[in-house]
Design a protein around this ligand. Sequence first.
Ligand code: HEC
Length: 188
Amino acid sequence: MSSNEIRDPLLEHSYDGIQEYDNPLPGWWVMVFWASIIFCVPYTIYVHFMDGNTVLDAYEADMAENTLNLNLTADAATIIALRDDVEKLEIAEGIFASKCSACHKPDGSGQQGLGPNLTDKHWKNVKSLTDLYDVISDGVTGTAMTPQTTLSRDEKVLMAAYVAHLATEFKEGLPPEGEEVATWPSEK
Ligand code: HEC
């Protein structure tokens, strides 16, 4: 083919004297275009009107996966069992980081003028494992420790277990406050 040979025919129209060649889109491109139009019809019917997963379904499935639905009771046996449940403690760690660490420090060692050290054997309001639940659920009147109303019951039981878990390993932080609880944290 010589360089000045015209392959595509000129189209008849002319705009301000400018003409264009009839230069069609590549066949593969047109195929993809039509294929996507044909594909979208059954796809739309399946996703929106049959059992296909919409973005909303996927969102709800993810939320359900991350929402505790355990129907936990706030008794000592449940708290002890959760205290040693590595998988659940991971969830608890996230909740502690977002709802508690501002006052109690991420490692639970306490923050001057905010929340006490939760890793020592001294407690101001706690004598038993279930007291942990009560403090989290009801707060301590007249202090910055307010009832944790944004947590579900399951989450509050889990956080009681997490605090019990924190208390198994002392961390240097705020000095002890309150009474020493001798049976802590091996209490059953
Ligand atoms: C706004 C600050 C703040 C936040 C947020 C907070 N706490 Fe507290 N927390 C306190 C204070 C202050 C006390 C001490 C109350 C007192 O003086 O008796 C306390 C006490 C406690 C106690 C009892 C400690 C004891 O010695 O009796 C526990 C358990 C506890 N918090 C757990 C939690 C958990 C779990 C969360 C998150 C779900 C949380 N707190 C969020 C400020 C906070």
